[in-house]
Ligand binder design. Structure first.
Ligand SMILES: [Cu+2]
Length: 140
């Protein structure tokens, strides 16, 4: 009986989460990704919640956590994105740190084309309460 009860609880929680998400922005934007090998030339994020349609941008970074050169990007839909893969445009070696950041599709010249370069406002980073939406991983 305990088993069935826990299943029911899970189902109710899942329904509530789905309804909250459908209602708008109840789920905060975030990037969920872990340390990983990038030997296949791809950086992956397990799950990303984007506040608007835009881009996952992969920056080089370091212990100061300053976003550096862009070494990959992948499109995001508004809302939930599962298993997002960005092809690396430069070699990244084991031990390097990468910052996976959510960027906007706004202020560019062309829809659907990634136009950001470091410091530009085209397709620039999205800030929520003045904070970047990002996570930092290590290439293994
Ligand atoms: Cu960025």
């Amino acid at each position: 009986m305990t088993f069935h009860k826990s299943l029911l609880t899970t189902a109710i929680l899942a329904t509530t989460a789905g309804a909250a998400f459908a209602a708008g922005h109840a789920t905060a934007p975030m990037v969920d990704a872990g340390d990983q090998s990038v030997a296949n030339g791809v950086v992956s994020a397990d799950r990303i919640i984007a506040g608007e349609t835009g881009w996952l941008v992969v920056h080089r970074t370091d212990a100061q956590m300053t976003p550096g050169a862009v070494v990959g990007h992948a499109p995001l839909r508004e809302g939930e994105n599962i298993d997002v893969a960005a092809i690396l445009t430069e070699a990244v070696t084991s031990g390097e740190m990468l910052m996976l950041m959510v960027h906007s599709e706004a202020d560019g010249m062309q829809a659907g084309i990634f136009e950001y370069t470091l410091g530009a406002k085209e397709d620039g980073p999205i800030r929520i309460d003045d904070q970047l939406v990002m996570t930092i991983i290590a290439a293994q």
